[in-house]
Design a binder for this molecule. Structure first.
Ligand code: ADP
Length: 273
C-alpha cells in the first residue's frame, strides 16, 4: 500500500490545508486573459470536475497547477508551493508529485506495460537504477499493486501499443498512481474513448483516488460524466467561475446558464453516466 493509504477522515475535512488554493487568480497568454480572477480551494481527497465551453479556461487553469502557465496576478498554491515561482530541479521535483492523465495517454507504445507504469516510480529511484529500469522486488510489487488497482495485472508484459484505448488510459492512471502523487490532473481523460471504456476508466479513476486518498482535478467535456463521478463540479465560462458546488445542484437551468443556449455536451452521452 501507498504511504497515503486511505485518507484519514479528519484529513479530508474542511479544516485541513487545501491541496490547491487559488485567490484572485489571473492567467493569460500575451494580451489575452484566459482565467480572470478565480478563487478556489480543492480539499485533500476531493474529486473535482472542471467543465465549461471550449475556450473557457479549463486547460489553462490545469496547466498553471502544473507550473506550465505562469501566474499573472493573484496567488496559486499547489501542495504547499507556488508553481509559478519554481524553476529547474525544484520545478521537476514539484511536478514529480503531480500525476498527469492526458486525453492521448502519453505512453511509450513499444515498451511493455511494466516499464510504462515503472516510469512513474523513476523520480523516487536512484538515477542509475532509473536509467537501467533496474527494479527491486519492492518496485515490482508496487507496479503490480498499481496494475491491480486499474484491473490490468494480467497485461504486465504486453506492449502498450497492443492495448485498447481504455486499457491504455488505465495504464496511464497506474503510472500516475506510481508517482505517489499528492494531486492527479486529468485533462479530458475519456474524450478519445468509447462510452463503455469511458465509464470504466472513470470508475477506476474515482475508486483509485478514494482508495489512496488522492485529490483529483479532472477537466471534462461530458457534463453527464461530471455529474455522475465528481464530488464537486466547477464550471468556467470565459475565464470566470459560473458554478461551484455539488453535482446535484447542477440543474437544467444552471446548465443552460453555463452553456448560454449552446447545446450542452450532456446530450447523447447519457449511456456513459
Ligand atoms: P479550454 O480548456 O476550456 O478549452 P483553454 O484554457 O484552452 O480553454 O483556453 C482559454 C483561452 O486561452 C482561449 O481563449 C484560448 O484561445 C486561449 N489560449 C489557450 N492556449 C493558448 C496559447 N497557447 N496561446 C494563446 N492563447 C491561448
Amino acid at each position: 500500500m501507498l504511504d497515503q493509504g486511505s485518507a484519514p477522515s479528519d484529513d479530508r475535512g474542511q479544516g485541513a490545508a487545501p491541496v490547491v488554493r487559488a485567490r484572485s487568480l489571473v492567467l493569460g497568454y500575451g494580451e489575452r486573459e484566459a482565467v480572470r480572477g478565480i478563487d478556489l480551494d480543492v480539499r485533500r481527497g476531493e474529486f473535482l470536475a472542471v467543465i465549461g465551453p471550449s475556450g473557457s479556461g479549463k486547460s489553462t487553469l490545469m496547466l498553471a497547477m502544473n507550473g506550465s502557465v505562469p501566474v499573472r496576478s493573484g496567488t496559486l498554491v499547489v501542495d504547499g508551493q507556488e508553481p509559478s515561482g519554481l524553476h529547474g530541479a525544484a520545478l521537476e521535483r514539484f511536478r514529480s508529485r503531480i500525476g498527469f492523465v492526458f486525453q492521448s495517454f502519453h505512453l511509450v507504445g513499444r515498451l511493455p506495460v511494466l516499464h510504462n507504469v515503472g516510469s512513474g516510480l523513476l523520480a523516487r529511484m536512484p538515477v542509475v537504477r532509473a536509467m537501467l529500469q533496474w527494479y527491486t522486488t519492492e518496485h515490482y510489487a508496487s507496479i503490480l499493486e498499481f496494475l491491480r488497482a486499474v484491473e490490468l495485472e494480467d497485461r504486465v508484459l504486453d506492449r502498450c501499443d497492443q492495448l485498447s484505448g481504455g486499457q491504455k488510459q488505465r495504464v496511464a492512471i497506474a503510472r500516475a498512481l506510481a508517482q505517489r502523487p499528492s494531486l492527479i490532473l486529468a485533462d479530458e481523460p475519456i474524450s478519445a474513448l468509447d462510452p463503455v471504456s469511458a465509464r470504466r476508466v472513470m470508475e477506476i479513476l474515482r475508486r483509485a483516488a478514494r482508495e489512496y486518498g488522492l485529490t483529483v482535478v479532472c477537466n471534462l467535456h461530458q457534463l453527464d460524466v461530471a455529474k455522475a463521478f465528481a464530488d464537486r463540479v466547477l464550471a468556467l465560462d470565459d475565464g470566470r467561475v459560473v458554478f461551484d458546488g455539488p453535482p446535484e445542484d447542477l440543474t437544467e437551468s444552471v446548465v443552460s446558464r453555463i452553456y448560454r443556449g449552446a447545446p450542452s455536451p450532456a446530450e447523447g452521452l447519457a449511456d456513459i453516466a
